[in-house]
Write a new protein. Structure first.
Length: 204
């Protein structure tokens, strides 16, 4: 598909979560979301719970990868990320939050009532055109969430709001600088000793 996404549909899929979930709490400003500098991170598909829970449920069946119409899910190669588990490769395209991967998961490793944010965009002032008084607003225009995720503030540059940003990657794809002035920050890998054994399917 192209790089356009239906904004109303994207927001409906993002916000339609039970009011008690982490996502809903965070969106009301009651939750926390990692904002610190993390050396190596990666992106799970939407609806993935915290790593220990995810790794204890994902049977590496590949059904989510097959269901993704954007073909942006790849099997993790790194043992720290759980070899064979699904991760998003943002170089292959942005996530439209269609949730087909979540619906395809038979093992409860991706859940509709979990946080649907995959990470957040991180801005780099050094290369951004808006830092040089050039009127570039391509990232803001591309964002399907809107001002609750990203804004350009006069005299300050691009501001990302982690509670609103989903880490979908549309802004990164739209950035015209080389290198791009935004990158996606996902979750950090978990030490191998904390990994549960690869589970087998619990139901047919
Ligand atoms: S939500 Fe849709 S586009 Fe995003 S990873 Fe899942 S299947 Fe792919
Ligand atoms: S700021 Fe970028 S990564 Fe975040 S929701 Fe908007 S387009 Fe997606």
């Amino acid at each position: 598909m192209g790089e356009k996404v239906d904004r109303a549909g994207f927001l409906r899929r993002l916000f339609f979560v039970d009011s008690g979930t982490q996502a809903a709490r965070a969106l009301r400003g009651e939750g926390s979301y990692p904002t610190g500098r993390i050396p190596f991170t990666f992106l799970r598909p939407p609806g993935a719970p915290l790593e220990p829970q995810f790794l204890s449920r994902c049977t590496r069946c590949d059904l989510c990868r097959e269901a993704c119409p954007e073909k942006i899910l790849v099997p993790a190669q790194e043992p720290l990320m759980g070899r064979g588990t699904p991760v998003i490769d943002p170089d292959l395209g942005p996530c439209t939050l269609c949730l087909k991967c979540v619906e395809a998961c038979p093992d409860g490793a991706l859940l509709l009532d979990e946080d649907r944010r995959m990470g957040k965009a991180v801005w780099h002032a050094e290369t951004c055109l808006s830092s040089r008084i050039v009127a570039c607003v391509k990232c803001v225009e591309a964002c399907p969430v809107g001002p609750s995720a990203i804004q350009i503030l006069p005299g300050k540059g691009v501001e990302i709001y982690p509670d609103g940003c989903t880490g979908c990657g549309f802004c990164v794809r739209a950035c015209p600088t080389e290198p791009r002035s935004l990158h996606l920050q996902g979750r950090p890998p978990m030490p191998l000793r904390g990994h549960p054994p690869v589970p087998t399917r619990r139901h047919g």
